[in-house]
Design a protein around this ligand. Sequence first.
Ligand SMILES: C[S@@+](CC[C@H](N)C(=O)[O-])C[C@H]1O[C@@H](n2cnc3c(N)ncnc32)[C@H](O)[C@@H]1O
Length: 215
Amino acid sequence: VSEDELTPMSAAEWDAAYRRGNWVWDEPPPSELAELIQHYQPPPATLLDLGCGVGTTARSLAIRGYSVFGCDQSAIAIAAAREADTVNGRCEFATLDFLTAADQLPDAELVIDRGVLHTRPSRRSQAEFVAVVARICRPGRIWVHIGISASEAEGSSFFVHGPSALTETDFHLLVQDSFTLLESRAIRYGKSPGETDLPARIAVLRRLDSPAQDG
Ligand SMILES: C[S@@+](CC[C@H](N)C(=O)[O-])C[C@H]1O[C@@H](n2cnc3c(N)ncnc32)[C@H](O)[C@@H]1O
């Protein structure tokens, strides 16, 4: 199959993954996340965590004084997120596919995607994700992204059951119609040797005021 025919994991497949346990991707976020969010949007503010999983990132930000709305298409993940803690109600969790139900999301000052764009297994499905984030973000609003990166030499790569990796050039091409890339730093995605300590980027993007994207 060509890259364009690869379809992202479904809600049922994510449910199955969460049911199996061993959520390798579920680690506390890198310190750069809170650092950058605080710089661009100090608390209190409402943050939107797209594809929040079991809520680890949401909780870490609620503790710093944010209200965080986390959504995930996996009901299993959302049940686990609610059960773990809502930090005195500062985290709200909803089972929801943000691609089809973006109208149900609250207005937020800042949008986070940690490890979600990189679950999209083709340029087309990644462009679809970026278009949704562009619809969710009003002009001037910030999107903070964490995802696996690829060097220009190896090139971008696309997977269904594993993170897709984007070069800086391809990431820029993907977002440039709707966002200004304010910063992009090289980080490691996580800390588990051989599993999540992969080269990644944390990027801060500002929604452009672009009529072409707003229609
Ligand atoms: C690799 S996990 C990352 C979870 C979390 N952000 C973290 O850092 O641990 C990707 C998550 O995105 C969710 N996801 C992917 N596409 C989604 C969609 N269209 N709507 C809602 N959630 C989605 C999956 O269900 C999964 O929980």
